[in-house]
Ligand binder design. Structure first.
Ligand code: D61
Ligand code: MG
Length: 422
């Protein structure tokens, strides 16, 4: 806890965000959600598993309007269950494929549970108690159930294709097209399903689900950013998601990038990967600008804003090859509090695009292409921002007078810790 503040010690705006966030009153939706749980033990168990299995989505899901919250929570839990089968490298392949391909019918089987995951599989517990998820899934409106089951069917079969080595070269994803298809199965389809659920709830215009490319890009932007960030963790676990068509230009072996002697090739490969993701930004902004409902907007915008800040952090950052790089909690909280409307979200994207632009080096083989991708995003912004409205993130520095005392207090606490440790 203290370390969260210390990480942001030189950033007053982040310290303020952390404090504001900690003391912010509960929203109307959150209160209504908590009230609903008091009288419903079965639903409560589902949210227990949501909070246990998702660091990125649990909070934004629980802030959704009543009509969508449970449907999206169950959508998440069903797919997390499916992904826990996909991710388990200790499961027998035939058994894995059988489960992946039939998961859309499993979710209709009252009482189904699964205890064959390896003991260290991080979300094993969810499948051990999956009967809880199934009970709640079956309580959803049939219209919601249908969307969830259909996406589960498509995702499960797509995962099974990849697990059996289709679209792969040995263990690596072969082409950029294969990479896009894999990310479509595991994340783009979530975008499809969410758009359908938004439409089915009546909270968004049904036309939000018409442009499949935009919904797909919403998922791809999140998944591809994670795949870049998680290079080292995945490598250590024996997984490779970067397409060989890209990384093969910079190394013979996927593990070469961790070698200090390989520095410049590693840097260039990372740029090529970031470039591939940057191309999705105009679609992401187009999708977000179509949203009407405030809770849906926050739910969609917050993960995307986190992703662009992560992308700016990993770009030209060789630490990616050694360890998991993560944005500071203070930065994350600042972004959450700022992602309230489209003007702010555009300002945030603009800021991180500028960070990327500044970290772009002329010596990089992808320098020109990255400059062009950045230019395209700037073009989107110029063409879409209303010129009358100033689109600056409200940094609210008017209360900065309270910072000095807070800063002094924190430094004091840090010193106490330090002397205790001597
Ligand atoms: C708006 C808001 C959220 C969105 C969106 C649009 C479009 C797509 C997505 C969320 C999905 C983004 C996925 C990015 C995170 N990647 C993973 O979780 C990987 O697993 C993919 C398969 C399971 C997907 C489960 C999921 C995730 C987020 C959701 C959701 C379902 C349902 C509703 C809302 C958000 C990754 O898993 C990491 C892990 O095991 O923890 C992997 O295995 O690659
Ligand atoms: Mg997975």
């Amino acid at each position: 806890m203290l370390s969260v503040f210390l990480d942001s010690i030189t950033k007053p705006s982040e310290l303020k965000a952390l404090i504001d966030y900690k003391f912010s009153p509960k929203s109307k939706n959150k209160l209504s959600h908590q009230k609903a749980l008091e009288t419903d033990a079965s639903k409560k168990k589902c949210y227990y598993y949501l909070n246990k299995t998702s660091r990125s989505f649990a909070a934004v899901i629980q802030e959704l309007d009543d009509d969508l919250r449970d449907a999206i929570c169950l959508f998440y839990l069903v797919l997390r269950g499916l992904d826990t089968i996909e991710d388990d490298m200790s499961l027998n392949l035939d058994r894995k494929v059988e489960l992946l391909r039939s998961f859309d019918t499993i979710i209709y089987q009252k009482g189904w549970t699964f205890n064959e995951n390896g003991p260290n599989e991080k979300d094993r517990d969810l499948l051990v108690h999956f009967d809880v998820v199934i009970d709640e899934f079956l309580r959803l409106k049939p219209g919601f159930q249908k969307v969830i089951a259909e996406i589960t069917r498509l995702m499960g079969n797509g995962m099974a294709d990849y697990a059996t080595g289709e679209h792969r070269e040995n263990t690596s994803v072969a082409t950029v097209k294969d990479f896009d298809l894999y990310c479509h199965y595991v994340a783009g389809l979530v975008g499809y399903g969410l758009s359908d659920l938004f439409a089915a709830s009546g909270l968004e215009d049904p036309s939000i689900a018409d442009d499949k490319k935009l919904s797909n890009s919403m998922g791809l932007f999140l998944q591809k950013t994670n795949i870049i960030r998680d290079y080292r963790e995945d490598l250590d676990d024996g997984r490779q998601f970067w397409p060989k068509e890209i990384w093969g230009n910079y190394a013979d072996d996927f593990s070469d990038f961790i070698k200090p002697s390989h520095r410049e090739k590693s840097r260039a490969c990372l740029s090529a990967m970031v470039l591939n993701v940057l191309e999705l930004v105009p679609d992401v902004l187009s999708y977000l600008s179509k949203l009407q409902n405030q809770s849906v907007f926050n739910f969609c915008a917050i993960p995307q804003v986190m992703a662009i800040s992560t992308l700016a952090l990993v770009f030209n950052n060789l630490d990616v090859y050694q360890r998991n790089v993560k944005i500071r909690k203070g930065e994350a909280v600042k972004l959450i509090l700022a992602s309230t409307d489209m003007d702010n979200v555009i300002a945030i994207f603009r800021e991180y695009i500028q960070v990327i632009s500044q970290k772009n080096e002329t010596s990089d083989p992808n320098f020109l292409k990255i400059s062009m991708a950045v230019g395209k995003i700037e073009q989107w912004i110029t063409a879409n921002v209303k010129p009358t409205k100033k689109s600056l993130i409200k940094t609210n520095n008017n209360s900065s007078s309270i910072f000095l005392p807070i800063l002094v207090g924190l430094i004091g606490m840090a010193l106490v810790q330090y002397f205790k440790s001597l």
